[in-house]
Design a protein around this ligand. Sequence first.
Ligand code: PMP
Length: 456
Amino acid sequence: MNNHTATLSNLAAIDAAHHLHPFSDMGKLNASGTRIIERGEGVFIYDSAGKKYLDAFAGLWCVNIGYGRPEMAAAVARQMTELPYYNAFFGTTTPPATLLAQKMTAHAGPNMNHVFFTNSGSEATDTWFRMARVYWKAQGHPTKTHVIARRNGYHGSTVAGASLGGMTWMHEQGNLPIDGISHIGQPYWYAEGGDLSPEEFGLKAARELEARIDELGEENVAAFVAEPIQGAGGVIVPPQTYWPEIARICKARNILLISDEVISGFGRLGSWFGYQHFGFEPDMAPVAKGLSSGYLPIGGVLVSDRVAQVMISEVGDFNHGFTYSGHPVCAAAALENLRIIEDEGLVERVRDDIGPYFRKGWESLLSHELVGEAVSVGLMGGLQIAADKTIRKRFDQPDDVGMLVRNHCLENGLVMRATGDRMLASPPLTISRGEVDQIIETLRKGLDHLRDTRGV
Ligand code: PMP
């Protein structure tokens, strides 16, 4: 036994002894043991037992260019050698940080010309949250501080992120949400649309925002935040009427519109950013994940001219920032990642080729008796498991059914995610047609397994 295998055989025990995992029940995890992922190549990952999985989740919605790209390693090594660290405080910058800001904004639309760098999506949330309040104060509206978000939304795990997120099970830990935040409903037609058509329900869900602003008083509301498609909440694709109405309301009531692009940015929906797919213009847009395809941690906030001009001309010092804001090595990784996305035409590939192919396969699962809805945009798919699809009836224990299908997929070499009774897919943008077929076939077998186990 060499040192490497000796360490590996102990790794699960060492992990149980020392490592507290995110979003995990540590008692249960220590009893069952962690899976140790050792290697990745393309859309596949390999665990320490040598088992191969197709990662239909791209890590955590982030490995857009796929695993194991030597160009990424080379770009990072070059920057490490040249300058491993310097900050963007005190009037300095580094070439990768500045060039990355330029490249990101080049794809963000005519009114999005600035970036504030962070290390994660959560920090990006905290950043726009403070910036929105600073913006309004500088504009002579110090009472415009309240932020409206949505039930079942996800914006991160920091205190502001978890407060803005609409997960009550997160609020219960740590006395959240903090003051000045409230939530409206989500545009989840399948579960909450009742007898309304999706289009009618989309308008109804959007108008909850108008009602909430009026209740709070426009003079007290700074911003509304939402993901273009709710990701962690279950890949909830809003009805077509939803986003235009939200954009109209934000404009009419003069509140900032924040599009959380942490998942939908950098090609996932077949557009550079989700707001472009849905045809609206946000005032700020937090990003992370696909910015570096997860190879190194980096995030940021895209800031519109409207907000940036005030920050530049009226605010003076913005007393906010991170030691690693614009970290040169992370920025070099992001630059190389964006070069790959551009040179390989991955955004267009998702829009015109592999996205439509994925959708066809995904929608073919609608023929399964347990599938009530199969929606996708680009390479982001949500599949609703239903007890009786003819009347949109869900199972009584939604978490159990999703987990059963997810575990069956895992046993059969496919990494999927379940949110309650919805199955989520978000594979690397480089996935081949054959690999898409593999996702669909394995998921179909997982659904058969649920049917057979449940006796339905
Ligand atoms: N916003 C959205 C929409 C997300 O999905 C996530 C992470 N899943 C975050 C913010 C937080 O990002 P991070 O985990 O990098 O802090």
